[in-house]
Design a protein around this ligand. Structure first.
Ligand code: FAD
Length: 328
C-alpha cells in the first residue's frame, strides 16, 4: 500500500535551507518502494522557492502562501499545516532539528497521534523496520531507536549529518499544489518582529566550517582574526560560553550544552579549553582542529589536529596560507 511521507520545508532569506534537503533524503532513505514523498512550504512569495523544491525527487510540493506566514509563528503554522495533514494523512513527517523544526514537530506529532524521534543523525533499514540513531548525554552515547507502531511517525534530523538529496536526475519536476489558507481572526500570539543575531553570512548550525573562539581571545577585538579566517574559509564564527560570559561576543554564537549543537566538516577551536559542556555542542564535528597555548588543555583529547601556540600568531598565519591556497 502506497504511503505518504511529508517533508516540512524551511527557507531563509529566499533560499531553501540545506537541512530541508537532508530531511528529504532522510525520508527517501526510510520510504519503501511505492511510497510517495511530498513537501509542504509555508511563507509569502513562494513561487521561486516552490519551483526550486519541485526539481527534487518529490511527488508534489504543497505551498501555503499568506503574509501572516512570512515569519514563523507556531499557531499560524500549525493552523496552516493542519488541513494538509488531514488530506494527506502522512505515514511519516520529516523536518530539520532546527529552532522551527523542534517547535513544530511535537505539535504535528500530537495532531497525528504519532510517535516522534528527534535529532536523528543516521538511519538504517526502511519502513517500519527503520532504525534511527541519535546522540545522548551530550554526545557521549548513541541511542538506536525504532517505532513500535506501524505509524504515523515524526522525525527531526540534525543538520549536516545526513547527505542532502540531489535534484531529480531525469529533470522531472514535482507538481505544485497551492493550498488555501485563511488566518484565524484572533491569535493568541503575534510575532511583531524578528531580530536576527547571526555571526555572519553563514548560518552557524549549517556551516561546513566553524571557527570558534573561547576566553583565550581575550576581547571583542580578539574575535577579528577568527572572523577573517572564517571569511576566507566561507565558514561561520562560533564561541564558547566562556567567551560569551566575558562579553567578547553575542550569546547567539554559543556552542555547547546550553548553546547550539553543530556538526561541521571542520571545527577550529581557538583558545577554548574543551570543557565537557562545550564538547557537547561540537564533538560530533568531522575534523576538530584545536589551537591552544596550553599543551595540556582537554580540547586536545578530542582534536584530530592540535596546534600548541598563541592563537594571535597561529590564526593570522592560517588565514594568510588558506587565502593563498584558495586563490591559486
Ligand atoms: P577557559 O576554560 O577559560 O579556557 C580558555 C583557554 O584558552 C585555555 O585553555 C587557555 O589555555 C587558552 N588560551 C588563553 N590564551 C590563549 C592564547 N593567546 N592562544 C591560545 N590559547 C589561549 N560552555 C560552553 O562552551 N558551552 C555551553 O553550552 C556551556 N554550557 C554550560 C552549562 C552549564 C550548566 C555549566 C555549569 C557550564 C557550561 N559551560 C558551557 C561552561 C564550561 O563549563 C566552561 O566554563 C567554558 O566552556 C569555558 O570556556 P573557555 O574554554 O572559552 O574558557
Amino acid at each position: 500500500m502506497s504511503r505518504t511521507y511529508l517533508i516540512i520545508a524551511e527557507h531563509r532569506d529566499g533560499k531553501l535551507r540545506q537541512v530541508t534537503l537532508e530531511a528529504l533524503q532522510a525520508g527517501r532513505l526510510t520510504a519503501q518502494e511505492g511510497d510517495r514523498i511530498a513537501a509542504v512550504l509555508l511563507g509569502s512569495g513562494l513561487a521561486t522557492l516552490a519551483q526550486e523544491l519541485a526539481a527534487y525527487p518529490l511527488a508534489e510540493v504543497h505551498t501555503i502562501e499568506h503574509d501572516s506566514l512570512a515569519v514563523y509563528n507556531p499557531e499560524t503554522y500549525m493552523a496552516a499545516i493542519a488541513p494538509v495533514l488531514a488530506s494527506l494523512k502522512p505515514h511519516a513527517v520529516f523536518t530539520g532539528h532546527t529552532a522551527i523544526g523542534r517547535d513544530l514537530a511535537p505539535a504535528i506529532a500530537a495532531k497525528l497521534a504519532a510517535g516522534q524521534i528527534s535529532d536523528v543523525i543516521a538511519i538504517e533499514g526502511e519502513g517500519s523496520d527503520a532504525v534511527f540513531t541519535r546522540p545522548l548525554y551530550a554526545g557521549k552515547a548513541f541511542e538506536r531507536k525504532g517505532f513500535t507502531t506501524e505509524g504515523p511517525f515524526v522525525v527531526t534530523v540534525r543538520p549536516n549529518n545526513i547527505p542532502a538529496a540531489a535534484p531529480s536526475s531525469d529533470g522531472a519536476t514535482a507538481g505544485i499544489v497551492a493550498v488555501d489558507y485563511a488566518p484565524a481572526p484572533s491569535l493568541r500570539t503575534i510575532v511583531k518582529d524578528v531580530v536576527r543575531n547571526m555571526s555572519g553570512k553563514v548560518d552557524l548550525a549549517e556551516a561546513k566550517i566553524v571557527v570558534s573562539g573561547g576566553r583565550g581571545v581575550k576581547s571583542v577585538d580578539g574575535f577579528k582574526p577568527l572572523e577573517e579566517l572564517a571569511d576566507v574559509l566561507r565558514g561561520a564564527v562560533g564561541a564558547s560560553r566562556g567567551a560569551c560570559d566575558a562579553g567578547y561576543c553575542d550569546y547567539a554564537l554559543q556552542i555547547g550544552q546550553t548553546g547550539k549543537v553543530v556538526t561541521p566538516e571542520i571545527y577550529i577551536a581557538c583558545g577554548i579549553s574543551g570543557a565537557i559542556q562545550h564538547l557537547a555542542g561540537m564533538s560530533q564535528s568531522r575534523i576538530i582542529i584545536a589551537i591552544n597555548k596550553d599543551a595540556e588543555a582537554p580540547i586536545f583529547k578530542v582534536a584530530d589536529y592540535g596546534i600548541v601556540g598563541d592563537l594571535f600568531e597561529v590564526v593570522p598565519l592560517l588565514t594568510a596560507e588558506f587565502r593563498k591556497v584558495l586563490a591559486s
